[in-house]
Design a protein around this ligand. Structure first.
Ligand SMILES: Cc1cc2nc3c(=O)[nH]c(=O)nc-3n(C[C@H](O)[C@H](O)[C@H](O)COP(=O)(O)OP(=O)(O)OC[C@H]3O[C@@H](n4cnc5c(N)ncnc54)[C@H](O)[C@@H]3O)c2cc1C
Length: 411
């Protein structure tokens, strides 16, 4: 009989499994997909931003929900511990802009494989293609799981400890389909309503189609909800067929998904004041020849894909002679450069969300152990909990820290 069964071979599940096995426990990981760490393998655009190297005391600011709850798991196994963990196992790391940490190989697979190898070296057993269908509990204690084996037969496996590390519901093709929420609620837990977080924002702005694949760096974006500015961020905004993306838009989506009447205002020239812009535009116009057009002026100020949308937005023909552009037009152009407004009509669904906000309520879980306060021997780790953070390596750190603590099987 196994000492502990872990449901899910993701970042949290493998960290929990290896930890328990290192402490001498007989560990079984049940994973419904064909291999371990399917989601890890696609993180960070295939490069896996596995944590963030900023000082640990600044970490909490990046955790969007239940940062206090997370603090105990983080104190046990923080970002420095994660970096040491992977380096000791031979994974060379690189530290990039914004203190983001990546494997030097540039391959997310190496992170997943390092974790899996560590688990196997410590004797963890993996069952793939096997889906847990329910928890077995009696008298407020866990005693095992029911599962569907690869041939489609229902079976039972007993264990006095079970760790639910089933992830959220985002990118369900990786295996994270939210089964853990069902298990938790059947065990008597309340689930904080689920919302996509770090998800593209959808706008019906008519010019948006022309911006596909454009990535704007150094943009200041302000999110307005019901007319009130609720968040301001500086960084990258990208456009794709899924919607408005890039780190800034994704981070803002966390607030946008809860709002009505949402709009995003982009300052395309955050480093320049209105006065400096006026001076610069007047100078450009003065230096341009009689034959040059308004579009050519815009090209000096903006990336090419933005030229036509800006013309349309201002209702000025791109082929208007630049010398005909007067002060009124210059003022309207500057207002647009300092506040290109995109009304947000919707957000992309869980399929495209990097993480799931909401989940197993943290006030029903012991923060010092990750054990359920409702069912003895039942633990939770990773995204299944009501924990989510910004982009930048913070979400995987949540999985590693909570997985590490749960895997210690403290009571
Ligand atoms: C496209 C994308 C890019 C991302 N990039 C980053 C990044 O660069 N940095 C970062 O910090 N975070 C990133 N994230 C977020 C991060 O990947 C997740 O927060 C993290 O993987 C959560 O780990 P987890 O172990 O809790 O869950 P998961 O990794 O989702 O693992 C859960 C596992 O449980 C299994 N499972 C579920 N139900 C069952 C069941 N009933 N029976 C058996 N097995 C089951 C699933 O198949 C899955 O393997 C990204 C997410 C996405 C979608």
């Amino acid at each position: 009989m196994y000492d502990v069964i872990i449901i899910g071979a993701g970042a949290a599940g493998m960290m929990a499994a290896g930890t328990a096995a290192q402490n001498g426990k007989k560990v079984l990981v049940i994973e419904k997909m064909e291999k371990a760490g399917r989601k890890i393998r696609i993180t960070g655009k295939g490069r896996c931003n596995l944590t963030n190297a900023r000082p640990p005391e600044e970490f909490a600011e990046q955790v969007r929900t239940n940062a206090d709850f997370f603090a105990t798991a983080f104190a046990e196994f923080n970002n420095r511990a994660t970096i040491r963990f992977f380096e000791r196992r031979g994974l060379k790391l690189d530290f990039e802009r914004g203190d983001r940490v990546f494997p030097r190989s540039g391959k997310a697979w190496d992170v997943a494989n390092t974790l899996e190898e560590w688990c196997r070296d410590n004797g963890v057993e993996f069952w793939f293609h096997t889906r847990v269908t329910g928890l077995m509990t009696l008298g407020g204690k866990i005693f095992g799981v029911r599962y569907m084996n690869r041939r489609g037969f229902e079976r039972k496996e007993e264990a006095a400890r079970v760790i639910v590390a089933t992830g959220g519901v985002s990118y369900p093709a990786t295996g994270s389909t939210g089964d853990g929420y069902t298990f938790a609620s059947e065990a008597g837990h309340d689930i904080e309503p689920l919302r996509p977080s770090l998800t593209p924002l959808v706008s019906l702005h008519p010019q948006l189609r022309e911006l596909h694949k454009l990535l704007l760096r150094n943009i200041r974006a302000t999110l307005f909800i019901d007319g009130e500015a609720v968040r301001e961020e500086f960084g990258e905004i990208g456009f794709s067929e899924r919607g408005i993306e890039g780190a800034v838009a994704l981070r803002m989506s966390r607030d946008a998904v809860d709002g009505r009447r949402v709009k995003l205002s982009l300052d395309l020239k955050p480093a320049l004041t209105v006065e400096i812009l006026q001076e610069r535009i007047r100078r450009e116009i003065a230096e341009m020849s009689e034959e040059e057009f308004f579009a050519e002026l815009l090209r000096k100020l903006l990336p090419k894909p933005l030229v036509m949308p800006v013309c349309k937005e201002l209702d000025i023909q791109s082929k208007t002679y630049v010398k005909k552009i007067g002060d009124k037009e210059i003022d309207r152009l500057i207002a647009l450069l300092k506040g290109f407004v995109l009304p947000i009509s919707d957000y992309a669904p869980f399929e495209y969300a990097v993480v799931t906000a909401g989940g197993v309520r943290c006030d029903e879980v012991n923060r010092y152990t990750m054990e359920s306060l409702k069912v003895k021997g039942l633990y939770f780790a990773g995204e299944v909990l009501d924990l989510d953070a910004n982009t930048g390596g913070y979400n995987l750190q949540i999985a590693f820290s909570t997985g590490r603590l749960a895997g210690q099987l403290k009571q």
